[in-house]
Every structure is written in C-alpha cells, then in structure tokens.
Ligand binder design. Structure first.
Ligand SMILES: *Cc1c(COP(=O)(O)O)cnc(C)c1O
Length: 381
C-alpha cells in the first residue's frame, strides 16, 4: 500500500475487507472485550483499551498517510500531546516555538513543569535561534508549522538537523497542515502529533488525536502509556475519523481554493490592515512553505484596521460561526485574543502579535462567493 498515492492510501490503508464477514467498510467494533478459545489463545485482541480492530485500522491508516511505520490514536489531540511529553524525565529540557497551541503550553508549564520539566521558548523563526536554545539536557524540540494563529512557517529540515546534532528529538504538531500538505517525518522529524478533531475528521463532530513515528522504541514507550493511561478513542470515533480521512485530499484542495479567494479579497479591503496567509508572496514564510509543503491550507488570519469595529464585525457575521476549533466543512471565525489564546499572558500575546484586532478564519467548504459576501457585510457594518 505504501507505494500507492495519498488519496488511495487514505481510502485503503489499514482498511481491507473485514476478515470475518467481508464487510467492505471497517466495522465499528463496539465491544469492550474479546472471547478467547482458552486463556491466552485469541485473535490478537483481548480488551478494547489495549486494542480494538476499528482503532487498529485508523492507526494503520494514519501511519500510512504520514509515511510512518507506527500510529497511535488517542481520545484528543491533547491526550496525544501528553503521550509525547510523557517521554520526558524530570530535569530534562524541552525547546518549543513560542507560538504553540494554548493547551500544549498548559501541559508543558502547568502539568509537566510542576514535575520538573523545563520548557524553553524560542521567539523567532530562525533555525539558529533553536540551535542556540539547545543544551545538553534538551531531549526534545517541539514545533508547530504553520503556527496558530499567525501561520508562521518553521524550516523543519534545518531545525531537525541541528537538533539531531545535539541528540535531541524533534516533534511536529502537524494539525494545521495535515498529512496531505506536509509530512514532517520526511523532513527529519521523529514524531508527528495531530488533533484529529480538526481537518482529519473534518466534520466538527468529535474530539480525537494521534501520534505517529517510525522509531520503534519511542512507539513502544508511547503505546505502553496509551494502554496504561487509557486515553483511547471509542470504536465509533475511530470509525468517524477513518470516514473523514477518505475525503481529506478533496477537502484540503477545496479549503485552500476558498482560502486563496478570501485572502485576496481581504487584502484589497480598506477595513483590513494586514492578512496572514502563507500563500501570499509577502508572507514571511511563503518561500519556505513552497519548499516543504504541498499547499497553504485553509486558515486565514487578518487584522482589522479599526479596533472599535471588532465587535460589530463578529456580530454581523452570518455564515461564519463565531467559534473555536477549525478544519471542519463549515466556516468559523475566532477572536484569538479572547478565545483560543486567552490563557497566554497578555504581555506574551502582544509580543507575538496576537492583538485585539486579530481575527482567525477557518475557511470551510461553502461557496467562496457566499463567504466573501458574508465577510464584506461584516467588514462594512
Ligand atoms: C486543537 C489542537 C490541539 C489539541 O487538540 P484537542 O483535540 O482539542 O485536544 C493541539 N494542537 C493544535 C495545533 C490544535 O489545533
């Protein structure tokens, strides 16, 4: 299967016809336990926290899409992140990009920080700045690319090279890009994390996460933790993510077509100060994205010129739902400063550029003409 193209793997990897019935679609194995012939003699499954056939199919498919040998599915992106951070020992150091998902920042500082993990944050995008932050105690570098909400791009390959010279693992949260647009393992990363809640499931009807790697010992350690801590997805949720993944390629292409149109509309609008979208030539990460990604994705952020019009903009939106999250078929608008990034201290938010005028859009699959009309009305309110 690995020699097949992305869209084919999305539909077939890990998803052979069901061996017991021939069901073409992987069934939802809604069972907590599995009957054994005699103690220890079974068909590979004993108890669904440890392993479930629907989850196995999802894990195999996710690994295939990232070009990884192993995949693990979790009950949320945060549980997936936790399984990776849990690899670290007290006293070890983690170097992360500053503009990291709020819940990830919370895990680093408020949960693992209390138990002796030292997190260091790098404020800019140069690989050299990451190299300078590495110490002999740095076990892991954590990157998100593109970042949330400003869609900055990190040079994954260069940072991975520098980190490996220091014996440091590289983790990439690939949620915003999806495996269709970016494969961090091929760029040198050791572990990839996803919130399947977003584009992978794509229909805003569940919470889920995943970790993939080709490193056997890391996989075994995280698999042990997955079973021990038990933050596994239900068979139904595993099945929904598998179903979502089947259309990932066509969805991502359509998300991007809409995002392209919306970014150029916003750029020409007098009420808009600045547009953040890697597809725009003047975006600082444009050339790098061209090199390491197969597209820009479906997220567009921008600042309103007039801070006094932020409230009326959100109130006037009609098709765009004002909501957190992203990556679903329906369009969402979010105010990072008071919603997704409210937990980040104000000073730090300001330094990052997450001001009260910043708006983040998750461009859905409605007709772009209708979405643009909705934005136009809200901008001119
Ligand atoms: C949503 C998100 C997470 C957390 O995932 P949950 O499924 O909400 O737990 C982690 N990283 C990124 C980039 C996200 O967007």
């Amino acid at each position: 299967m690995q020699n097949k193209k992305f869209a084919t793997r999305a539909i077939h990897a890990g998803q052979e016809a069901d061996p017991s019935t021939g069901a073409t679609i992987v069934p939802i194995y809604a069972t907590s336990t599995f009957t054994q012939e005699t103690p220890g003699e079974h068909k590979g499954y004993e108890y669904s926290r440890t392993g479930n056939p629907t989850r196995s199919a999802l894990q195999e498919c996710l690994a295939s899409l990232e070009g990884a040998r192993y995949g693990l599915a979790f009950s949320s992106g945060s549980a997936a992140t936790d399984a990776v951070v849990n690899l670290l020992e007290p006293g070890e150091n983690l170097v992360s990009c500053s503009e990291v998902y709020g819940g990830t920042f919370r895990l680093f500082n408020s949960i693992y920080g209390r138990r002796g993990l030292q997190a260091t944050y790098v404020d800019d995008f140069r690989p050299k700045s990451f190299a300078n932050a590495l110490t002999p105690k740095t076990r892991m570098v954590w990157l998100e690319s593109p970042t949330n909400p400003l869609l900055n791009i990190f040079d994954i390959q260069s940072i991975a090279k520098l980190a490996h010279n220091n014996g440091t693992l590289v983790v990439v949260d690939n949620t915003f890009a999806t495996p269709y647009l970016q494969n961090p393992l091929a760029l040198g990363a050791d572990i990839v994390v996803h919130s399947t809640t977003k584009y992978l499931n794509g229909h805003s009807d569940l919470i889920g996460g995943a970790v993939v790697t080709s490193n056997q010992s890391l996989h075994e350690e995280m698999g042990f933790y997955q079973n021990a801590a038990g933050a596994v997805p239900s068979p139904f949720d595993s099945w929904l993510v598998l179903r979502g993944i089947k259309t990932l390629k066509v969805r991502m292409e359509a998300h991007q077509r809409g995002a392209d149109e919306i970014a150029s509309f916003l750029q020409d609008h007098a009420a808009v100060e600045k547009v953040y979208y890697p597809g725009l030539k003047q975006h600082p990460g444009h050339d790098l994205a061209l090199k390491q990604m197969n597209g820009w994705g479906g997220m567009v952020s921008f600042t309103l010129s007039d801070p006094a019009r932020v409230d009326s903009f959100f109130r006037k939106l009609n098709l765009f739902a004002v909501a957190e999250s992203l990556g679903g078929v329906e369009s969402l608008a979010c105010h990072p400063c008071t919603m997704t990034h409210a937990t980040i201290p104000e000073e730090k938010r300001k330094a990052l550029g997450i001001t009260s005028q910043l708006v983040r859009l998750s461009v859905g699959l409605e007709d772009p003409a209708d979405l643009i009309e909705d934005l136009q009305e809200a901008l001119e309110a």
